[in-house]
Design a protein around this ligand. Structure first.
Ligand code: NDP
Length: 290
């Protein structure tokens, strides 16, 4: 029979998680602060637990999906919660330090703990696009992999509890960088009457092309060696100057390209002008000083 699961937190995401478990045939117990959010799920076959402690006892696995880690601590700290022998999978978003701390806290109370990061929107849960990253003890992940697999594409990253959160924010950096670059270009082109819809397919093709460079550039970073195979950083910086001057000339915002050029200028000042772009990893890998 399918393993019984509990889902704590029935916000937009928690409801999608609980519904997906139900549809996959798992006996599903739910709990939410606002109990009314469970009504539809109960109509579909879920059991509403009266307390968090009761919900946790009902499942072989408890999913937590609430606003933040502070709420997680509040809920698990309730007097009737007995964590000994339970397995918690915390899919609440937070940072790596919070994940490691929550793991230590839960394990001290006898729970097995996995931290997770949901890289998807609620409608994608239960489909291959429902990407969920997990970190923590491999044996715990493997013991529950088939249950967790009902939620989408589940991936195990490693034993460090903080990895899922780190991948999560790394993904945000990627997402906003691509979007910001596109917005910069769109702002420039609109000054010449080219609308966003016209530019979007060009921008998309460029983003895909640049993404193809990543594996080769990653090798340079891992080897700590940045031979200028296609372009030297000082050539790139001359092009950055064009981008900044063009932005200023047509009256659009030049802050973002100026910020990147300032980083590249520091790398050149440090003697890296003849090396390839990924040498900037050295600027990205330290806090800005001075
Ligand atoms: P919602 O705002 O829809 O739901 C928040 C949930 O947290 C509700 O169940 C809410 O209960 C509960 N909650 C908040 N404060 C308390 C409290 N003090 N005590 C008890 N329960 C509390 O958020 P989502 O469901 O969208 O997101 C949940 C988590 O999933 C977040 O960490 C989010 O970052 C993450 N996530 C969400 C994605 C999305 O697209 N929605 C995508 C990826 C990750 P109540 O109903 O009573 O208010």
């Amino acid at each position: 029979a399918d393993a019984p699961v509990a889902v704590i937190g029935l916000g937009l995401m928690g409801q999608a998680l609980a519904r997906t478990f139900l549809e996959a045939g798992h006996p599903t117990t739910v709990w939410n602060r606002t109990a009314g959010k469970a009504d539809q799920l109960v109509a579909e076959g879920a059991r509403l637990a009266p307390t968090v402690g009761n919900a946790i006892q009902a499942g072989t696995l408890t999913i937590l999906c609430v606003t933040d880690y502070q709420v997680v601590h509040e809920l698990l700290g309730a007097s009737d919660v007995e964590l000994g022998g339970t397995t918690l999978v915390n899919l609440t978003s937070g940072d790596s330090a919070q994940a490691r701390e929550a793991a230590r806290w839960a394990e001290q109370r006898g729970a097995r703990y996995l931290d997770g990061a949901i890289m998807a929107i609620p409608p994608s849960i239960g489909t291959p696009d429902g990407v969920i990253l997990h970190s923590g003890p491999q044996a715990v992940f493997e013991a529950h992999e088939s249950t967790l697999g009902a939620l989408g594409t589940v991936t195990y990253l490693g034993a460090d509890y903080g990895l899922a959160s780190l991948y999560d924010v790394a993904g945000l950096a990627m997402m906003w960088s691509v979007l910001n670059a596109w917005l910069q270009g769109t702002a420039l082109l609109r000054t010449a009457g080219v609308d966003a819809t016209t530019y979007a397919p060009f921008a998309r093709r460029l983003a895909v092309e640049v993404a193809e460079w990543l594996p080769g550039y990653a090798e340079q970073i891992d080897n700590g060696s940045f031979p200028a195979e296609v372009s030297a950083l000082e050539t790139d910086v001359r092009a950055m100057t064009h981008l900044i001057e063009e932005s200023e000339a047509v009256g659009v915002n030049a802050e973002l390209p100026k910020l990147i050029k300032a980083m590249a200028d520091r790398a050149i000042a440090a003697g890296h002008g003849g090396e390839q772009y990924p040498v900037l990893i050295e600027e990205f890998s330290k806090p800005r000083v001075g």
